[in-house]
Write a protein of this length. Structure first.
Length: 90
């Protein structure tokens, strides 16, 4: 038996679309549509581009001095991930 896709949007599709609109424009779709009567929608969407961009996250600075126990840590890591011989069960 062949599975058919629904002809229209499902409730989940609508929720995803609403979340996409809120993420992209910073406001829910209902709020954008209410304001469309006061100002045209393209003007409202351009407003998003006029807002300052969010600041990028701060970079985590790595310590300048290397780890003095790096060789021991590397050896332990290599030993832990090395393939082990299989046991014979016969």
């Amino acid at each position: 038996m062949e599975t058919q896709m629904p002809a229209g949007n499902t409730g989940c599709d609508d929720d995803l679309y609403e979340a996409l609109i809120a993420e992209r424009y910073g406001r829910p779709m209902s709020e954008l549509l209410q304001e469309q009567t006061r100002r045209p929608l393209p003007e409202l969407l351009k407003e998003r581009h006029r807002r300052p961009a969010p600041t990028p996250p701060q970079r985590i600075r790595m310590p300048v001095t290397p780890d003095p126990e790096a060789a021991a840590h590397y050896a332990a890591l290599t030993e832990a991930i090395a393939p082990r011989p299989r046991r014979k069960t016969a």
